[in-house]
Design a binder for this molecule. Structure first.
Ligand code: ZN
Length: 509
């Protein structure tokens, strides 16, 4: 490679590092805001965060990036696969962020905070009418951005451009195909479960477990998955927030959970879920630190890692049979008179509900499919804002068989649309699909994994995830990563097979 291209590349990597470092400092401010910050600091924190965002935005859209990229792109042959991927990712983020007019960025940011505030009030009042106009404006703003991004990204539709932000190179057409199959498969499975005579006793889940016991359980679960929060070399920590989340990268990846005395499993599975996210963020190759390739692949792949640890491992009979005797020792009274078998059945019980975040493993994706189908119609101009509540309620009745009584438990339940995050929802269900495909492959590579988990050994599973997923960073778009790992195109079959196997044992069909 010519010296000029080499120099330009080094300059780009230095810029990439700067943006990463400033962005991660913003991440810590966000974490602090959610976990520790005194209430009066709100206004100043807003100033701090938007100052950092402005710096990153300026660095990202600096025309010098374009000049440096062009030098490299004009002399691309000598660059290896990783360097080319870095150049591709930088080109993509430069083109996209520099094509959206500053006015639209500012207007959208301003409307986000207003829209979110109005959404909260409307939800409390169970009244979609209060939210209608601001949601309409948010959709308008996202449509303007989507139209511009569609040209830059070369997607076929505006909605595909929005999807691409979360799941690069994924199209609504492709998602539609797999979701249709998923919907039919899940509804069939749900019907089998509901017509079974076996009815797990759900009151098990409401047994009181003191919060200090739940904290010990959390520590135990984190030690099991190998998420280190205690050693002198620890790169993780656990804090408490109402809504659990994960933030950070490499040597500083933090998770949160919540504790409710009568919802023991909620904290355990939140820790496993966020722990799965955290292991991914910690497992990206160190030599790629500060480079675009040294980031996670996509939202869907991220979600596949959290669901793998939470559901495939955490809700497995093998893990629960290993862990429950330990938990009993922490709090003999809480689990008195309960058989492991009944606790396992309750932790995996299928119970069609109206609220996505409370959904079980079988019905969860149906909640997501409802949202995807509606978003697709919104951006294709097939449905008006006024029609949303009715459309929502109809789909819930058709797919989940539940009757939505008011807007708070219906179209107003999630925060995503108030922030303009259209195209985000599908990544949750794609995460399920990917996790099923990874399981299918891991089963062949590490056939003894269940036995290991039963004996308290998670290391073979983590090793497999590290080698096949974490170590790939952002080297591939999600569909290409799936192909590279499993040799297959995206398919829902392994996820359905996995659920069918587990549910048939619990429900006896
Ligand atoms: Zn998650």
């Amino acid at each position: 490679m010519t010296d000029k291209a080499k120099e330009a590349y080094s300059a780009l990597m230095a810029r990439s590092k700067e943006m990463f470092v400033i962005g991660s400092a913003g991440g810590i401010l966000h974490w602090d805001m959610e976990t520790k910050m005194p209430p009066a600091a709100q206004a100043m924190r807003g100033e701090q965060l938007s100052a950092l965002e402005l710096i990153v935005h300026k660095k990202l859209t600096d025309p010098e990036n374009d000049a440096l990229l062009m030098i490299c792109e004009g002399d691309i042959d000598p660059f290896d696969q990783i360097e080319r991927r870095n150049l591709h990712l930088l080109r993509k983020s430069y083109d996209e962020s520099s094509k959206i007019p500053d006015k639209l960025v500012t207007e959208t940011a301003l409307h986000q905070s207003k829209c979110n505030m109005v959404w909260k009030k409307a939800k409390a009042a169970k009244d979609f009418g209060m939210f209608r106009d601001d949601l309409g404006k948010m959709i308008e703003l996202r449509k303007q951005a989507a139209d511009i991004l569609m040209d830059v990204k070369g997607t076929r539709t505006p909605y595909d451009a929005l999807l691409d932000q979360f799941e690069p190179n994924m199209t609504a057409e492709r998602i539609d195909e797999v979701f249709k199959e998923m919907r039919e498969g899940l509804i069939k499975l749900m019907d089998k479960v509901l017509s079974s005579d076996t009815k797990p006793d759900l009151s098990v889940l409401e047994r009181k477990v003191p919060v200090d016991v739940q904290r010990r359980v959390s520590s135990d679960a984190m030690a099991f998955i190998g998420y280190d929060t205690t050693s002198p070399e620890a790169g993780g920590r656990l804090d408490e927030t109402e809504h659990p989340f994960t933030t950070g990268s490499f040597d500083d990846v933090r998770i949160t959970t919540h504790y409710y005395e009568d919802r023991f499993f909620s904290s355990l599975f939140s820790v496993m879920h966020e722990g799965g996210h955290a292991l991914y963020d910690q497992g990206i190759p160190r030599e790629w630190m500060y480079q675009p390739v040294g980031t996670p692949c996509s939202y869907g792949i991220h979600e596949s890692q959290s669901r793998f640890v939470e559901n495939i491992v955490g809700r497995s009979p093998e893990f629960l049979n290993y862990a429950l005797p330990r938990f009993r020792k922490f709090s003999p009274r809480s689990f008195k008179g309960l058989k492991n078998k009944d606790i396992i059945a309750a932790a995996n019980a299928v119970n069609p509900s109206k609220i996505r975040v409370e959904a079980d493993e079988v019905t969860y994706a149906l909640h997501v499919i409802v949202r995807f189908e509606i978003e697709k119609d919104i951006f294709a101009g097939k449905v008006s804002v006024d029609e949303l509540p009715q459309l929502w309620n109809q789909k819930y009745s058709d797919y989940l068989g539940v009757k939505i009584e008011n807007d708070a438990e219906g179209v107003l339940q999630d925060t995503h649309w108030s922030g303009g995050a259209f195209g985000y929802f599908p990544s949750y269900a794609l995460g399920n699909i990917y996790s099923g495909m990874f399981l299918d492959k891991m089963q062949k590579d590490v056939p003894q994994w269940r036995k290991g988990v039963r004996g308290g050994d998670f290391a073979p599973v983590l090793q497999w995830l590290r080698t096949n997923v974490h170590s790939k960073g952002d080297l591939y778009d999600p569909a290409d990563l799936i192909k590279a790992v499993t040799g297959k195109e995206i398919t829902v079959a392994p996820f359905l097979k996995y659920l069918e196997r587990k549910m048939s044992k619990i429900y006896g069909f």
